[in-house]
Ligand binder design. Structure first.
Ligand code: HEC
Length: 510
């Protein structure tokens, strides 16, 4: 073993293809080759995951338990009827055909599985009328092999369900969120093809231990969004022609206020230059066209092994809430993107035509083109490998990372299913508010719906008024979309959510 740890190489640059004589020669670039092995990557959630992982193996052991009950739904029948008839553990097979309905799964361990025959899928058709295709609040739910199109709200939304598996679905031209597990722990979103979504194609909200892997996501405002969540692995996704490719951030004013330990690894993040067609005033309407990766206020994000090319504003943006436009600051959420780690990535052709908002923000620092990487805060606890390879702004205080790969973390999913959230949290109202209402209502910031603060001022001590509105919303504000009726919640739950909505404060602890 060669003990010499450093090899110093010198490369003489040939300017313009001709040899430059000694006197006019540019200084040689000296490249340091460090063969000392780097330390292993560690993160705060790695141990519990690693416990189940044999060395180097990719372990995703989650399966939805089945009881042997099989229900077959054919065209002309209702999937919802099958769910109503099913017992926990049932497998519901949906045959190819067109189904015009909303499916609501409030039972545990249900497998909703499309049958694909010679390329024909079961199609959930929203006709531009229905809000949601599939909503689940049960634990241990699998949703797979469906073709979902023309809904106004969500393709597949989880409302506080844990141990979820969402895979192999097509979600096309469907409203606000394509796949949206909200307040879920331990789940996987894989092999889905999602396009034409006004907000986020894949949106992991207020969740923990989720892998988002092998998806294809395009022509949406936000490709993949990890929001107010911890321990998310975003790997091997093909993310192109969105306004912003992959985002990890805090939305201020949500009940769960932290975001951290997000690995963005081995993705193709290409040409995310789609015009921003988000609902005006929504948080994602602030995403600059041409954004590859955006890390806003989320901590301990690692960006490794991605191919990030052709994003016209910036390849990777690290920032605080200053980009979030009208989003109010949340005193409970620390705004800096702490400890960013940028390992080796392939970056090329980014910044060719920065959006006006990026030009304005970077003003004097901007050269004619935007950078590969910008840190608008100028963090002093970040690290990067081989910074000389990229055009960067604001990375002056970054040090060299102490590890070169996160390969020792194969997954952030947990080795065993976790108990259902409803068991551990008996406050029905809080659970419904977190799991359902907070998908669209933040405390002081505008999301899809108006801020909770404004609703509190309107309704003061009239929870019944809120509950009635939620069951049967009428269009009130010209600059907001319609609120979908929350009639899938029973009356008692709606009232409890309304009471909690009036009670919740900015600083509500999770
Ligand atoms: C899919 C997004 C979405 C979800 C989920 C949602 N809302 Fe809304 N909400 C909206 C939108 C959009 C508006 C504004 C509608 C308008 O002004 O026309 C709104 C408005 C409201 C209002 C204001 C009514 C008024 O008189 O001005 C109340 C109250 C309300 N929502 C309660 C709730 C409650 C309670 C829940 C959870 C059980 C909930 N919302 C879930 C989107 C949502």
């Amino acid at each position: 073993m060669n003990k010499a740890t450093m090899i110093i190489g010198a490369v003489v640059l040939l300017a313009g293809g001709y040899f430059v004589g000694k006197s006019g020669q540019k200084p040689a670039t000296v490249i340091k080759v460090d063969s000392e092995p780097k330390a292993a990557f560690t993160s705060s959630g790695a141990e519990e995951v690693a416990a189940a992982t044999t060395q180097g193996a990719l372990v995703r052991s989650l399966v939805t338990p089945t009881s042997g009950e099989l229900i077959i739904v054919s065209e002309g029948e209702s999937i919802q009827d099958a769910v109503v008839a099913a017992s926990p553990g049932a497998v519901i097979k949906v045959m190819p055909g067109v189904y015009k309905e909303t499916v609501y799964i409030d039972k545990d361990n249900i497998t909703l599985s499309g049958v694909i025959e010679e390329g024909r899928y079961p199609v959930l058709e929203g006709e531009g009328l229905r809000n949601d295709a599939v909503l689940y609040s049960g634990n241990g739910v699998t949703v797979e092999n469906l073709y979902i199109t023309h809904y106004k709200g969500n393709g597949i939304m989880g409302q506080a369900g844990n141990n979820f598996i969402i895979r192999n679905n097509f979600i096309v031209d469907t409203g606000i969120y394509g796949i949206f597990p909200q307040l879920g722990k331990n789940g996987i979103v894989s092999h889905n093809i999602v396009s034409g979504i006004e907000d986020a194609a894949i949106y992991v909200g207020m969740s923990d231990n989720v892998d988002v892997v092998f998806n294809q996501v395009f022509e949406s405002v936000a490709g993949i969004e990890i929001e107010n969540s911890r321990h998310a692995l975003v790997e091997a996704n093909f993310v192109y022609n969105n306004t912003g490719g992959i985002l990890a951030f805090i939305t201020p004013g949500l009940p769960i206020k932290t975001c951290g330990d997000v690995l963005i690894r081995n993705n193709f993040i290409v040409d995310n230059n789609h015009e921003n067609f988000a609902i005006e005033g929504s948080l994602v309407s602030n995403i600059p066209v041409g954004t590859g990766v955006l890390v806003m206020a989320c901590d301990d994000v690692v960006v490794e092994g991605n191919i990030i090319t052709g994003n016209d504003s910036v390849g990777i943006t690290l920032t605080d809430f200053s980009l979030a436009g009208n989003a109010a600051n949340d005193p409970e959420s620390e705004p800096n993107p702490n400890r960013p780690r940028i390992l080796n990535n392939i970056m090329r052709d980014n910044g060719n035509d920065p959006a006006p908002v990026v030009r304005a923000a970077l003003a004097a620092m901007l050269e004619s083109t935007g950078p590969d990487i910008v840190d608008t805060v100028g963090m002093d606890d970040g690290c990067i490998l081989n910074p000389e390879r990229y055009r960067t702004i604001g990375l002056g205080k970054y040090t060299e990372c102490e590890f070169s790969t996160t390969a020792n973390v194969a997954s952030y999913m947990l080795p065993e299913p976790v108990p259902g959230r409803s068991m551990e949290d008996l406050d029905k109202g809080k659970l419904a508010y977190y799991g359902v209402c907070a998908g669209c209502h933040a405390y002081s910031a505008r999301m899809i719906g108006p801020p909770t603060q404004i609703i509190q001022a309107l309704y003061m001590d009239n929870p019944q008024g809120i509950a009635d509105y939620a069951a049967n919303p009428v269009k009130k504000r010209p600059d907001y979309p319609e609120m979908p009726p929350q009639s899938h919640l029973d009356e008692e739950t709606r009232l409890a959510a309304a009471e909690y909505m009036l009670r919740v404060k900015e600083a509500a602890a999770p």
